[in-house]
Design a protein around this ligand. Structure first.
Ligand code: PMV
Length: 326
């Protein structure tokens, strides 16, 4: 076997419904055209080699049949590739070793979902390499198992964006995955300068829910209502009404304790500059916010986000899902 396969998978941005989606509610997620490229190549030996510039010697090496045998500490990206190969090897006997290399269009600092994109990309590349005709659903299911086994928590919305692309209506664990649209949303993305730790914030919300179950469940129900409503507004290009939902969702996320003064400020300044709506995107505690804004106000909103200390990140949404590049 002498072939080399490269695939690319998009990153993601949460549009509406974060946190509630961990508790069996829907969310809206969009794929972002900042992609991760994964190349796989068969080897003459039985090793899994992962090119990982974060490691002191630049790569990780282990026999494929020994991948699950200990709890070694490896960089996050290596852990996702390793687990993907390990779970695939339970479905299909891997005769040869493989080299996996990854390259990202975007900084890992932004919460664009590098781990999920790497997982989806690795799985798709291996399916191509071994001639496995897996459906999108099957790729989603296995990639989601990888995420759960490493992070312990997560709705899988990021995996769905990587596999299916576009802007999706998604329910926890992939109970529903529906394409809403394939064309970009009018969003500006601002990075708040600090990386968020998603599992910590998910646990923080779980603790609040434990203490205040009725109130938090009602907040989640309201988020569910606004996601359902948001789906219709997106279909109708009704950005003014979608903006209302962004503002309401931000208020609810703030009340759950996951916003930060910086994110609040970036959102407020975007609204002052006439964005239709603005909210944090993802787990909160830092990371990115998104503002809904038409072209004519775009540069004013970008300046406003920068004046609040944010960094504007170019991002095209509703990107294509995982695809074979060569
Ligand atoms: O921080 P991000 O961009 O990975 O988003 C997390 C979104 C949560 O709803 C908080 C968790 C999840 O897996 O859905």
């Amino acid at each position: 076997m002498d072939k080399k396969i490269t695939v690319s998978a998009p990153g993601k941005l949460m549009v509406l419904g974060e946190h509630a989606v961990v508790y069996n509610r829907p969310c809206i997620v969009t794929a972002v055209d900042s992609r991760i490229r994964v190349t796989v190549e068969p080897r003459g030996d039985n090793l899994l080699v992962i090119d990982a510039p974060q490691l002191p010697n630049g790569h990780y090496k282990k026999p494929i049949d020994k991948l699950g045998s200990n709890k070694e500490k490896v960089p996050k990206e290596v852990a996702f590739v390793k687990k993907t190969v390990e779970l695939l090897a339970q479905e299909k006997k891997l005769e040869n070793g493989i080299t996996v290399s990854t390259k990202s269009d975007f900084s890992h600092r932004y919460g664009f979902g590098s781990s999920s994109a790497v997982t989806v990309g690795t799985l798709k590349a291996l399916c191509e390499l071994y001639g496995l005709d897996w459906s999108k659903r099957k790729i989603f299911d296995l990639a989601y198992r990888v995420t759960l086994s490493i992070q312990g928590v997560g709705s899988g919305f990021d995996i769905a964006a990587g596999v299916y692309g576009g802007t999706l209506y998604f329910v926890t664990g992939g109970k529903r995955i529906e394409k809403i649209i394939d064309k970009p949303l009018p969003l500006v993305v601002g990075y708040s300068g600090t990386k968020a730790d998603t599992p910590t914030l998910v646990r923080q919300v779980a603790e609040l829910k434990e203490k205040q179950p009725n109130v938090v469940n009602e907040i989640f129900d309201t988020i569910q209502t606004l996601v359902e409503q948001g789906k219709n507004y997106i279909r109708k290009d009704d950005w003014v009404s979608l903006g209302d939902l962004f503002r309401i969702n931000q208020g609810l996320l703030h009340s759950l304790g996951v916003s930060t003064p910086k994110l609040d400020d970036m959102c407020t300044q975007a609204l002052v500059a006439r964005a239709y709506g603005a909210k944090l995107s993802g787990a909160g505690g830092g990371d990115c916010m998104i503002a809904l804004v038409l072209d004519k106000e775009k540069s004013a909103v970008e300046k406003a986000i920068e004046s609040a200390g944010g960094e504007v990140i170019p991002a095209t949404t509703s990107a294509e899902g995982v695809r074979v590049e060569s």
